[in-house]
Design a binder for this molecule. Sequence first.
Ligand code: NAP
Length: 388
Amino acid sequence: MPTVPAYSITTDAIAAEQERSGTNPADIDVSKVLQLDELELRPLGPGDVRLRILAVSAEHNIDHATTADTINIADTRGGKMYPGNSATGEVIEVGANVTRFAVGDVVITHCNGGPDEYGFPTRIWAYDAEDSIGWYAKEAVVGDWQIIKAPLDCGLNLWEIAALPLRAPTAYHLWRRAIGIYRIKVPYERRARINVLGFGGGVSELFLMLAKSEGHRAFFCSGSPERRAALEKQGIEGIDQKAFNRFASRDDVRAFTKECRGRTDGEMMHAVCDMMRGPVFAAGLACTARQAVNVSAGWQLSQKVDYNSTLMSVKQVTIDHTHYETPEGCAAATELYGSVFKPTIHREIYGWADLPRAHQEMHLNTQTGIPIVRVADDMPETVKDLVG
Ligand SMILES: NC(=O)c1ccc[n+]([C@@H]2O[C@H](COP(=O)([O-])OP(=O)(O)OC[C@H]3O[C@@H](n4cnc5c(N)ncnc54)[C@H](OP(=O)(O)O)[C@@H]3O)[C@@H](O)[C@H]2O)c1
């Protein structure tokens, strides 16, 4: 079978970088762990599609994989994994039974790695799904159930489209859970417009775009002035997280709570998207209104949370944990590209050789938006107007 250039993460590379940098995951140089490799593509089955990858986004799960800060997922995967679970590609070959896609289609992937009986993932593709091969590669073979036609006429450019395949379904699922749970407790006729808060990051900003599009008041608490400014243009109010020292102490959380009270005329936040946990979790709970919902699909700063159950019961606050969408939900989220989802993109579009640097800069948190890597030099005619 043909081999294609692809990035991999190995336990040897992680160990070598840990040896060099010490055991603190923050000190790891991610670009040294994410290494260019070769990948043998599996033969095209009857339900498969072969893709030429056009662009990918840098995703935070690669940070977790390269630093082994949650689990050493490369080790769990047998010592080596091929990462990358968000891609935009061109169909270059279809299996005998594939009817929904044709050669020349531009598609996006989703990373549901194996649905449970309700359609939700038990595993994530190119992370913990067994034998799953990621898409930080020049080409890929995927099952046709893993791709969705890219909405090329949605008003977004190719880089903006490439920012969304993983983050938009996550945000879409978080939002329908947050508002659904809230509405069980507080029906529309008792309160139509709610206050919605999100902390940092690409998923949260998309969550807030959904809230805003449905008429709610949305607040983005982030340390990045560029990202806050981009969202303010969409009517989403910015709160500078660094003004509260990223909630390092209880006094910082108190000051943040006071800020939220002031901005909401004492009402506080009815829905909160966390994604970070760690110190962000305490701040997210402290600023909740009665009957509020706190959702998260991430644990970037900590896997453990601690809260006062009595207090949350008395306020009837729901703490909800989510993971990722169903394949149908991923398709529904894609319908909202351009009309609702208008992502902020990092100012540099990285080249293929710069993919490790893109992840190191994500690790250092110096980017001004979602980082995109251009994989194909030659773009298909259908997207030439979308690459600028
Ligand atoms: N379950 C899922 O399906 C799923 C899907 C997507 C993401 N996730 C997880 O969710 C988390 C966020 O993902 P994302 O894609 O939204 O992230 P992202 O776009 O890569 O952004 C991460 C954000 O974290 C914030 N941040 C960094 N260091 C911080 C600190 N010390 N304190 C507070 N905030 C800090 C930064 O925001 P500011 O500097 O602007 O404050 C940064 O923009 C990651 O852990 C990721 O793995 C899970």
